[in-house]
Design a protein around this ligand. Sequence first.
Ligand SMILES: Nc1ncnc2c1ncn2[C@@H]1O[C@H](COP(=O)(O)OP(=O)(O)OP(=O)(O)O)[C@@H](O)[C@H]1O
Ligand SMILES: [Mg+2]
Length: 489
Amino acid sequence: MTQLHAEVIAAQRQYTLRARDQNLGLIAPEAFVRGIRHMGYRSNVEAIAELVDNSIQAYAETVDIVFGYDADGSARKPTHLAVIDNGHGMDPDMIRFAMMWGGTHRENDRGGLGRFGYGLPCATVSMGRCFTIYSKTSGGHLHAVTFELDTVIDGNAGAEREAAIPTPELAELPHFLHDAMRRSYPGGWQSGTVIVIEKLDRLDWSTAAGLRRNLVRQFGVAYHKLLWATRVQVDGEQVRPIDPLFLNPDADLHNLDEDRAIALDPVTVRIEGDERRVGDVVLRYAWLPPSFAAIDKTRDAIGINANDRFPIMKQYHGIIFSRNGRLVDVQSRTPWTIFINNDRYIRIEIEFSAVLDEAFGVTTSKQQVSVSPEMWDRLRGAGLHKAIEHLRAKVKSAKAGRPAREPRTVSVSAPSALPARVTRGLAVPRDVAVSDALRMLLDEIESRASNAKLAVRTEYRELLRGWSERMAATPRDRGKSYREQTNTD
Ligand SMILES: Nc1ncnc2c1ncn2[C@@H]1O[C@H](COP(=O)(O)OP(=O)(O)OP(=O)(O)O)[C@@H](O)[C@H]1O
Ligand SMILES: [Mg+2]
């Protein structure tokens, strides 16, 4: 045995010695719970989406996402979070199974959004260290069960580990939900489920406002086909549908200005999945005129001239995959082509039935596809490859046909050099015009943001948005005094 082998075997023996008096169930509970927290939701938004999926599937007409704060804590960052619905609810026995990894009444079902029995527990522990499921069916009483991560991780469950999920008990909703309940259910709450997550130690956003803004925008896109049946509200703000192809006239951003997306005919193909079950794949296509994302239509959609469509075009860039009506992934690569920045103006959605999950490589968290080579072939056969080329040609010729742009004017009477107060300590040549320097700075921020983690990216975007809003609110002639205001030379 080599030294390296011996070291590992010794470590293994130590571990088995320690673990010997534990039950040899299939799962080591402490390690399992610690590891599953990092199961890999892209962000809190995808985790909360698991709970919204469950509510939608429980036929909820309303889903409220509510934030709560510690009395003595900062009012900016939530310390607890709840998802409230008025769906059919659960009996007390079902509440226990809902809490359990693998507990589901719909295992391998392909008719709705859930099928694995992992969504609820995975999503909740990915954000916090304690969660409670409250639920009641029509005519029943509210029951609840709480799961404390630390009792499992510390091993306090001990020999009773098998009975780690306690019996549901009669309960009342926590205080911080009373306002939201009164607002959404003035006539009373007949049935439904409330998931409360406490000890939020894994929030991607440092403020409730940041989390709310991202939830509203991403849910607007992810659930744009389902929001007609279920109203979703985040911290009191209603989620409005946003069609990432900008084709649906009832969705937000469709009528933002005179520009409209242009559709190609959708194509439907029937495909046989596993166990000879047949499912539909619908390919939807659109292309956008060159000024689609611009406020001032004579100029490019960059910096403060980008309208509210731009972030959607950028974030949902590539092929959008939607499973049973709910967006699961966006991919900017196919076996034949890679989407580049200009391709933001071509819009493609592949809507597939969950019957075809295997062929689309849907993972347990349902936020990713991994399309099999055979499925790519089928999609190509259905015209996807040709459609991409056709859309690209349309965008290109529309761009070529654009009237020549007027020379760019800068509304501030730009001084020839930046003020010393701004440039002190920086290597900025004195003869750079403010407008050029500003453009370069914006490019720099944009490129940093694109390469940063989601939370940092959001911070950058917020900075730019706040700045652009202040600019928009500034009377034009104020620009004249720019030099006097800033030049401390
Ligand atoms: N909001 C809800 N209303 C009613 N029942 C619910 C709700 N949320 C969860 N359940 C019940 O709890 C079970 C477990 O939910 P969970 O999200 O863990 O699994 P799933 O939705 O069945 O599958 P998936 O892992 O694919 O999400 C569900 O099968 C359902 O019976
Ligand atoms: Mg689920």
